[in-house]
Design a protein around this ligand. Structure first.
Ligand code: NAP
Length: 527
């Protein structure tokens, strides 16, 4: 049941008279639920509890944390249809998507549990002493990854489950040993509260310290800023707009003790269409790309917002086919009137730029908040000359850029800002003959795709969901997949440390039976 209260650890709390409701974009009216925004006192209480919880939780064996993560997954499942119904009402997304995202969320939690159960993720590294080394003896030095402390997580509007309350940021931080305080996304506070109640239940059942998780409601930026500035918060996870991510990044860097902000802020995901891709499969690619552009009303950070091709008959044919395919598709409901308005504004701004031409746009009647797709085209030089055309339009929108030749195509890629993904369509033979195109694209992106679409981010250890600035604030880290845990840890060396008081991961007899790097050799052997 939704109460509208905050979770300060396992306690619920509603001390603030400032309230707000979520919004049903399909019905175009507010939902029935009323949420109490967290007061400053409640923000402080959540962080204080998290800091105390960190003293024990940060040292818990991996097996115990794994038990907690698995219990969260089971409690989310136990929320049953209520969670799906609230998700659908607050997001306008269909039930199938809600169920798929719930499965993904539980899968992520269980994947981190498996990582912890295996244990080698701590990167235990041991260099034993060399007392007789000349001219100076060498000390025994052992290193491993340890959690950094309480983390503030800002859930994403476009993934109310998989990138929100118990999403990838929360799961990875809890796996690392960091307590989490979620700043609930105002657009899906009810979904967030239900998931928070599942986490609180799981925490109680598995004997976690109170404060290992809190969920704070907020209807504007204040709660998030208080959290980011709190001296006991040691890191921030964020998915959303460039403005929001950069505001938090700046705030965190100006603190007395600056802290890392891992912000994933969007991307236009360039797709390079080589001539060979269009020779036999132009119509097929056009249909596939129309589907990818309108998928989920285009509300994915991996949405293909930019298609780059080389001028000619084949590209002309592809543009015509893409236009026809895009006009056939029915628009769907966007997440919220604000997202819809943002989309309409962005679409209008880019469409009104000089020297752009409309390829196709949905022209039929739609209900309020439905995102109507649109495709533009522009010559490469005009694209290069106009930074407005490089902006992300969050929704079912894309621009086809027509380059004179391969050299100009490379210039365009080199002038793009950092991106989450880049895709190349073409035959293997042509791609082999175009190493400069591939290299230019690799330099701009975190994930490079061959003959596919960028939408659909697999959750697995090899996934990189991150990229050069401004797609994220730190291109060295991913927010999807088990490597996401690395954002919340720091390496610590133990020098000449007595065996009995070393962490288990670094003890001579390797009691955790994990893979370690011992004197340069990867091994599970005891010393
Ligand atoms: P957002 O406006 O960036 O908000 C994300 C979260 O950050 C919210 O909880 C928001 O809280 C908080 N926040 C934003 N600015 C803040 C600030 N200056 N100080 C403190 N907290 C701040 O993103 P959104 O609501 O998810 O969607 C808005 C737009 O973001 C979309 O239209 C789209 O352009 C973009 N977006 C991008 C992605 C992506 O994957 N890259 C995903 C989703 C959205 P409050 O709302 O309470 O202020």
């Amino acid at each position: 049941m939704i109460t509208g209260k905050n979770y300060i650890g396992v306690e619920t709390s509603a001390k603030n008279s400032r309230t707000y409701s979520t919004f049903n974009p399909k019905l175009n009216k507010p939902t029935e639920w009323v949420f109490h925004e967290a007061s400053q006192e409640e923000v402080n209480a959540a962080v204080e509890k998290a800091a105390i919880a960190f003293e024990t939780y940060g040292k818990f064996p991996d097996a115990k944390k794994a038990e907690f993560l698995k219990a969260i997954a089971s409690e989310i499942e136990a929320l049953g249809d209520e969670l799906i119904s609230v998700y659908v009402q607050e997001s306008g997304l269909p039930e199938g998507r809600a169920k798929g995202e719930r499965g993904r969320t539980m899968g992520q939690l269980r994947a981190f549990a498996t990582l912890l159960e295996e244990g080698s993720w701590v990167e235990a590294t041991i260099d034993t002493a060399q007392p007789n080394r000349e001219p100076l003896p060498k000390a025994d030095i052992r290193k491993m990854l340890l959690p950094i402390g309480p983390i503030a997580v800002f859930g994403a509007s476009n993934f109310p489950l998989a990138f929100s309350t118990a999403g990838g940021d929360t799961a990875s931080a809890l796996a690392a040993g960091c307590p989490v305080i979620v700043k609930s996304h105002p657009m899906h506070a009810g979904t967030g509260e239900l998931v928070a109640s599942a986490i609180a239940k799981a925490a109680k059942k598995t004997g976690m310290p109170d404060g290992v998780f809190s969920n704070l409601n907020s209807r504007d930026s204040e709660v998030g800023q208080l959290l980011t500035l709190h001296p006991k918060v040691k890191g921030v996870g964020f998915t959303g707009s460039t403005n929001g991510g950069m505001a938090l990044y700046r705030l965190a860097s100006q603190r007395k003790e600056p802290i890392p902000v891992f912000a994933e802020m969007g991307s236009i995901n360039p797709v390079v269409v080589l001539p060979s891709a269009l020779e036999q499969k132009g119509a097929e690619w056009a249909a596939q790309y129309a589907g990818s552009i309108v998928l989920g009303a285009g509300q994915f950070c991996t949405n293909p917002g930019l298609i780059l091709g080389i001028k000619g008959q084949a590209l002309d044919g592809f543009i015509v086919d893409l236009g026809k395919e895009i006009e056939k598709l029915e628009p769907t409901c966007m997440l919220h009137p604000n997202i819809y308005e943002g989309y309409e504004k962005g679409k209008k701004e880019l469409s009104s730029q000089p020297k752009t031409a409309e390829v196709a746009a949905f022209k039929g009647e739609t209900a309020p908040n439905f995102g109507e797709q649109k495709i533009l085209t522009v010559a490469a030089q005009d694209f290069l000359d106009n930074p407005v055309l490089h902006k992300e339009v969050f929704g079912p929108f894309s621009i086809v850029v027509q380059c004179q030749d391969k050299a100009q195509l490379i210039t365009v890629i080199q002038h793009l800002e950092g991106q989450l993904t880049g895709t190349i369509l073409g035959t293997e033979t042509e791609i082999k003959k175009s190493p400069e195109v591939v290299n230019a694209l690799i330099n701009r992106v975190g994930r490079i795709i061959f003959n596919g679409v960028p939408t659909g981010v697999e959750v697995c250890p090899s996934m990189m969901h991150g990229g050069p600035f401004p797609s994220t604030t730190d291109s060295r880290f991913t927010s999807v997949g088990t490597s996401a845990i690395r954002r919340w840890v720091r390496p610590v060396s133990f020098q000449s440390w007595p065996e009995e008081i070393l962490p288990d991961a670094l003890k001579n007899n390797n009691p955790l039976d994990i893979m370690r790097l011992v004197n340069g050799e990867h091994t599970k052997k005891q010393l």
